[in-house]
Design a binder for this molecule. Structure first.
Ligand SMILES: NC(=O)c1ccc[n+]([C@@H]2O[C@H](COP(=O)([O-])OP(=O)(O)OC[C@H]3O[C@@H](n4cnc5c(N)ncnc54)[C@H](OP(=O)(O)O)[C@@H]3O)[C@@H](O)[C@H]2O)c1
Length: 278
């Protein structure tokens, strides 16, 4: 089994391209799920304040007997804490829930342009403070559309290291990815298998059969070859292992193009539109 590649963030920090996501994992079951993923070999965990399971993430890492520096940990600011004072309190709470004195990456979870008088700029400036203090080794955003990113570029100092957005074969989200590529912002693709929706697609199942892999592995490999960062979620032990086995095969250019052509544009989006999520 080849190692998971590290990608370089725009501040020189390294991030493992494949991680383990814990959205919708019961807080009481998160420590065991994280420990299991770490045993399989994952070294990157994606959580959020709104998932209510940061405590389990910290416990899982400690139970696995790994050093803090062995695992890349991301969390995200709650939608309820965008005002800078609230953001500072929430960030402190994240560190105490995890039981760590830093996170590797901290994100604004949603831009919320219809809340807080449309002000995500002062929220970002609070994250810039967390970065300068060293308590967030990198900072980034999630669900930011191009106009949101342009506004940060015009009004703030630090370019986000990543933008974590919905992306999968039915919603390839090219415009936002292209902005990131042009401005040194890596794309993290959330719901990389669209929570399972794409796995019965005939193009994906036919490719899987031909290359001798599963539909999930083919879909996740497509993301890896696009250069995006992914962290599929599963609480099924066999799938946690399956989703990690992506580095012993390659999709050719035709496979990549056929899967990319499954894009349905906005019709393929499974989550809320970032302009409207409140
Ligand atoms: N920033 C954001 O707004 C945002 C939004 C959504 C997600 N995320 C992040 O992205 C991560 C991944 O997204 P996600 O959890 O929404 O969806 P996902 O990873 O695309 O899919 C997870 C679902 O697919 C199933 N599954 C996993 N591996 C499978 C396999 N090999 N074969 C068949 N089914 C499989 C899982 O079932 P079982 O668990 O039952 O195996 C679960 O129901 C999250 O955990 C979170 O960290 C971020």
């Amino acid at each position: 089994m080849a190692d998971v590649p590290d990608l370089a963030l725009n501040n020189g920090q390294a991030i493992p391209q494949l991680g383990f996501g814990v959205f919708q994992i019961d807080p009481a079951e998160t420590a065991a799920a994280v420990q299991q993923a770490l045993e399989v070999g994952y070294r990157h965990i994606d959580t959020a304040e709104m998932y209510r399971n940061e405590k389990g993430v910290g416990e899982g890492i400690r139970q696995a007997g790994l050093d803090r520096s062995d695992v890349f940990v991301t969390s995200k600011l709650s939608n309820e804490a965008h005002r800078p004072d609230d953001a500072r309190t929430a960030f402190d709470d994240t560190l105490s829930a995890l039981g760590f004195d830093y996170v590797d990456l901290f994100l604004i979870h949603w831009p919320l342009p219809t809340r807080y008088d449309g002000d995500f700029v002062s929220t970002w400036q609070a994250l810039e403070e967390f970065y300068r203090s060293g308590q967030a080794r990198s900072i980034g955003v999630s669900n930011f559309q191009v106009p949101h990113l342009r506004r940060l570029a015009a009004e703030t100092d630090i370019v986000p290291a990543v933008n974590q957005i919905e992306a999968h074969p039915y919603f390839t989200n090219e415009e936002v990815r292209a902005y990131g590529r042009e401005h040194g912002i890596l794309t993290e693709a959330w719901s990389p298998i669209a929570q399972g929706v794409v796995l019965d697609d005939p193009t994906i199942t036919a490719t899987a059969e031909r290359v001798g892999k599963t539909p999930a592995q083919v879909t996740l490999r497509w993301h890896i070859q696009r250069g995006d960062i992914i962290f599929p979620k599963s609480t099924t032990p066999s799938r946690v292992k399956e989703n990690f086995e992506l580095f012993d095969f390659v999709l050719d250019d035709d496979d990549m193009a056929m899967i990319s052509a499954l894009d349905k544009g906005e019709d393929g989006r499974t989550g809320g539109h970032p302009d409207r999520v409140a």
